[in-house]
Design a binder for this molecule. Structure first.
Ligand SMILES: [Cu+2]
Length: 277
């Protein structure tokens, strides 16, 4: 990291740690709802950042993939809106980093793990992980506000009728959601199922396949085989995580599976969702 004196050989490359944890400048041009932009970006650092002509060394970085938290129009009468990760299925290589961008607020990323009271749906030996609930500018709301802000993303960065007459410690843009970012490096090959704690019942879940290890120790193809809540995915997440489009092999094959590709979305989720007994 220090640009010290690493430049006398490629041998230094191996010792440079992955240095992707500095991402974060995710502010910028991210639109709130609905944008359909690229689901997956590779700001790939070419391995071995040392050039022969003595140009500055680039630390060897792994690929950074982006997953966005989105809210869309409901595709089922059973839920008020679609809450989803985009993409919903993602194949990465061991050591790759996924950057979760919270474009709509009040989501998180939680691994299915007994530590959280659920079936383990990540590889053995991987420690449970969870992000905080993210997406609101922490400085956007005065301390004495107790009610949730109105409709995320509805009016853009407009002020709700505020008592900001006095305070002046509001964000200048009226306190709308500000995309924030959480990073996780997937080191161990295997299948990882992740959920958004507030919206799991609405189907906000996703699968990451790391490397070519597509054999999961848990059922991935049949909602009826899943253990009952609270041990496994609940609600519409059961349909999502057993969707044919999210079969681990299909994810590896495609590299990246969008929410709209799920059969569960096409069919509106009419049956199978009702609490399996
Ligand atoms: Cu959510």
């Amino acid at each position: 990291m220090s640009d010290g004196d690493q430049r006398d050989g490629r041998s230094g490359i191996g010792t440079l740690r992955r240095d992707v944890m500095k991402v974060v400048g995710a502010g910028g041009a991210l639109g709130a709802l609905g944008g359909t932009a690229t689901a997956n970006e590779h700001d790939d650092g070419t391995p071995g950042g040392m050039t022969d002509d003595g140009a500055p060394a680039e630390p060897a970085t792994s690929t950074v993939h982006t997953v966005r938290t989105l809210i869309g129009e409901s595709t089922s009468p059973d839920r008020p809106a679609d809450f989803f990760y985009q993409p919903t299925g993602l194949h990465v290589e061991p050591g790759d980093v996924v950057r979760f961008v919270f474009e709509t607020p009040d989501h998180n990323v939680t691994s299915y793990h007994p530590a959280f009271g659920m079936q383990r749906r990540i590889p053995a030996g991987v420690r449970p992980f969870s992000s905080p609930i993210m997406g609101w500018d922490p400085d956007s709301l005065p301390d004495d506000v107790t009610e949730p802000p109105a409709e995320p993303g509805s009016g853009g960065p407009g002020a709700e009728e505020g008592d900001e007459g006095d305070g002046a410690d509001n964000g200048d843009d009226g306190g709308g959601p500000v995309p924030s970012t959480w990073l996780y490096a997937f080191e161990t090959p295997g299948v990882y199922d992740l959920e958004c704690a507030p919206h799991e019942a609405y189907g906000m879940a996703m699968r990451v396949v790391v490397g070519d290890e597509t054999d999961a120790a848990f059922e991935t193809s049949d909602a009826d085989q899943l253990p009952q809540p609270r041990a496994g995915p609940v609600g519409f997440a059961r349909r999502v995580l057993t969707d044919p489009a999210l079969e681990p092999d299909a994810i590896v094959d495609k590299g990246c599976v969008e929410w709209s590709a799920l059969e569960a979305i096409q069919s509106g989720g009419e049956d199978g969702e009702s609490s399996t007994e």
